[in-house]
Structures are given as C-alpha cells and as structure tokens.
Design a protein around this ligand. Structure first.
Ligand code: EPZ
Length: 430
C-alpha cells in the first residue's frame, strides 16, 4: 500500500487549482440513470471514488465515455454517461462496501425501472451512518422496501407517487436520493428539512437541465413536480469547497500564502471567517481565495460543526491540525458524526495536546512545534489533517493508508509540491 512521505517546515507559496467536488460529482453521475439520453459531466475530479462508482454503473449496463478538457484553466475529466440499456438493477455488496455513495443509485433506479436492490451500507470509521431517511421517504412515495440477506430490495410496480416528506435530519444523501426519485414520480413531492449544501444545488441544476421541475434551490423546502421523462443535458461539477478549505489550512499552518484558483468563497463562509479570527489574512474574488499566513500569529478559536451553511464537518479534522500549533486553546464540537475524532491520537503522537470530552468535544491546547512521525488515519479528512500536521512538523512524517487520500484529493502531491512542499509518494506493492 502506498505511503506519503513529508519533510515538514517549508512555507507553502503559490497557486493551487481547485478540482471539481467529489461529493457533488457522485450524485450527478447517478442522475444519469434517470434518462436514456446522454448526460455529460465536466470538471469531474480524477478520484478513486469516481472510478468505483463508474465501475458500478458499467456493471449495470451504463455506457461511459471519457475525455480531458480545459475547464476554467484547469485540465479535468469530462464523462458522458448513457443509460439506454440498463440490464442490472442491483448494487452488489462488493461495490457498496468500497463506496457508500453507491446508495445514490437507489432513487434513480426505483423511479425509472420500478425496482432496485442495494447492498445495505454498514457503518464506517466516522459513525453508524444509517439510511433510514432514504428508505422511509421512498416508502412514503409508495415503494415497498424489504431487507433481505443484507440487501435493501425496493419495488414500486405502479411507479413512485409524489408525497410530502419531512426529514428528521437534514441529510445530504437522502436529499439527493429523494430529489432524483421524485423527478419521475407521479404528482408533486415536497421535501421539508432538506439539506442545502452547494452540491445539492449542483444536482438540482442538472436535474432541471434534464427537464425536471424542481423549485426551492438553496432552501430547506424543495418542491418537485414529477415529469414523464428526462432528457440529455450537460453540466460542470462545482469546485470542491472541502478541498479548497483543506489547502487554505496548508497555507495557514505553514505560514505561507496560497491562491486557491476556482475556489468559491461563498461556499466557505464559516471556515474563512474562522481563519480570519485565527489571525490569517483572507482575500476573496468571485473566482479565487487568497490565504496569507506570512508573519502572522495564529490564535486558537472554537468551532461547532453543523449542517450547511454551518461549519462543515468535513473540515473539522483539518482545522484541528491547525489548532494544534495555534496560540492558546480551541474547543472543537462535532455535531454531525458520532465518531469523528479518530485523528486525535495520531496528532497527539506528533506532539499535539488534545483532550477529548465525551464523543462530541475536544479541547486543543496549542504547542510550539509538532514533530514528524509515522501515522495513519481511518478516513479521508483525518488523513488530510495528518498531511497538514506533517507539513508543519519538524522532521519526517510518513502517512500510511494513502488510499483514503486518493478517494478525495486529486493530484495531492503534485498540487502541494507545486507550492513548495517536500512531499513524495512511496509506492509499495500490496
Ligand atoms: C455526506 O454524507 C458527505 N458524503 C459526507 O462527506 C459529509 O460528512 C456529510 O454529507 C455531512 O456533510 C457525500 O456527500 C458522499 P448525511 P451523507 O446523510 O450524505 C444522519 C467526506 O469526507 N442520517 O448528510 O452520508 C447521519 O447519521 C464525507 O467527503 C440519519 O440519521 O451524510 C448524520 O448524523 C464523509 N439517517 C447526519 O444525518 C439517514 O438516513 C448527516 O448525514 C441519513 C443520515
């Protein structure tokens, strides 16, 4: 399994292009199941999660063609998907086990083909991750759902019907799944307490471009008037706000200056405000964000993760890495996932001073320096937090289990090297 070796201490300076968002691309890819006509996605990040999902869709009979194009000055992938001969209505265990977001096939398959089978996703490193909201909402829309041999077996022989569904939590995944299902349902669906993440707006834009009738974008109440058929469309994946936030912290923690090109500041309001409060200079334009940490004293600050537009849970670990070397104390409260402090013991092995209280709060007391160490994380964002700690630490850090990073950070070493990091991948046979 590959490793990443970092020699810390270099201030990072320069430009980083932000890729398309993984968490936007995943539901967009599955939306292609809703039509027999081609759906083209531009600015798709080259990530293993996308490759996994593509292989699941190919298993189902999806035709996929791929090219590379310049999008906003950055070379990225364009995929065209055509679901005119879907032969398998099942997402088997081996795919779902590797990639939870495979559950995005459920809504589209059930809406268009009236049947779907999905290996029930289990918990994962960051928590139990139930999908009850997805399933009860589909039941309210007329589906019958059974759990058989570890699979969700869903049927809607007479098609899905519009319904009024109220989510008990503003789930991103359930919002995407029910939105997609409702586009082809008979009648009107109203989702209350829908998630409002920018990735959902991206999905709504694609679905409406395909002929869906969705109103309420960017609000917690979405109304979807079902249509008989969806047609071809093209859309670009929105820039990845979590990747942008992660590299913003790379500038901060190394006291450098990085311009994040194609980053959308409006999607990162809380994290950018937190960086400013911590003492960084933050400059934004409509197409970029500049983070300047040169000659700055970084101070501790509290964060509380919450649904968008609250502070994103997917940046909690990376901010914690920054807090380990800030002056004073910071309080981190994680309200979305019940087990998202797995990076704490590893950061402590690098010299950080962090105490966890219960399962939702951690106090970070800043130390003068971290020191490099071999480390490993159990999820994507925690792995990036260790990369950040390694960039700031004295000496050598080896980050193990690089496959987590490959799931969500396109060209990680290349992007960091280009701004002056001493980082390399050590290839190892499994
Ligand atoms: C998405 O996960 C993201 N994944 C996660 O990013 C992100 O952390 C999360 O949203 C929150 O922002 C993708 O987009 C692929 P949820 P998702 O459904 O959709 C509870 C990363 O690092 N819940 O919004 O699975 C759930 O337990 C990943 O890129 C239910 O109770 O998250 C959690 O507490 C990690 N029942 C809360 O809702 C359900 O049926 C939010 O989960 C569904 C969710």
């Amino acid at each position: 399994m590959d490793k990443i070796k970092i020699i810390g201490g270099n201030a990072l300076n320069g430009k980083i292009y932000i890729s398309g968002a993984k968490n936007a691309a995943l539901p967009l890819v599955c939306a292609a199941l809703l039509s027999e006509e081609p759906v083209t996605l531009q600015n798709v990040p080259a990530l293993s999660d996308i490759t996994f999902l593509n292989s699941l869709l190919q298993y189902m009979g999806m035709k996929i063609s791929e090219s590379e194009e310049l999008h906003d000055g950055y070379r990225s992938k364009t995929y065209t998907y055509q679901a005119d001969n879907i032969t398998a209505l099942v997402a088997p265990y081996d795919f779902v086990r590797k990639m939870r977001a495979s559950y995005y096939v459920l809504g589209p398959l059930l809406a268009r083909f009236k049947h779907a089978e999905l290996s029930l996703p289990g918990g994962c490193a960051i928590g139990a991750r139930p999908i009850d909201i997805h399933l009860t909402s589909l039941e309210q829309m007329g589906a019958t759902i059974e759990i058989k041999n570890g699979y969700v077996v869903a049927d809607a022989p007479n098609g899905l019907k519009g319904a009024h569904v109220i989510f008990h939590k503003a789930s991103v995944g359930a919002t995407c799944n029910i939105l997609m299902a409702a586009t082809l349902a008979e009648g009107t669906t109203r989702i209350e307490n829908a998630a409002k993440e920018p990735e959902i707006a991206n999905l709504i834009d694609l679905l409406n471009a395909m002929g869906a009738k969705i109103t309420g974008r960017d609000t917690s109440i979405l109304t979807i008037e079902g249509v008989k058929k969806l047609h071809k469309a093209t859309i670009a994946v929105v820039p990845d706000r979590i990747e942008a936030g992660s590299y913003a912290i790379a500038a901060a923690i190394t006291k450098g200056r990085i311009e994040l090109i194609n980053a959308q500041a409006e999607h990162l309001q809380q994290p950018l405000r937190t960086l400013e409060k911590m003492g960084l200079d933050v400059e934004t334009t409509d197409k970029s964000i500049i983070i300047d940490g040169r000659n700055k004293t970084i101070c501790g600050e509290d964060i509380y993760t919450d649904y968008y537009p609250g502070f994103p849970t997917d940046l909690q670990a990376q901010f914690m890495a920054l807090m380990t070397v800030a002056e004073g104390a910071s309080l981190v409260t994680e309200s979305i996932w019940e087990n998202r402090f797995m990076h704490v013991p590893e950061l402590c092995r690098m010299g950080a001073n962090i105490n966890i209280h219960g399962h939702a709060s951690a106090i970070v007391r800043g130390v003068k320096k971290l020191s490099g160490a071999p480390v490993m994380a159990t999820d994507l964002r925690a792995s990036f937090a260790l990369v950040l700690a390694g960039l700031a630490a004295e000496g050598e850090t080896i980050v193990n289990r690089v496959y987590h990073l490959d799931r969500g950070y396109e060209k990680l070493e290349e992007k960091l090297k280009a701004v002056g990091a001493n980082i390399e991948r050590i290839k190892e046979e499994d």
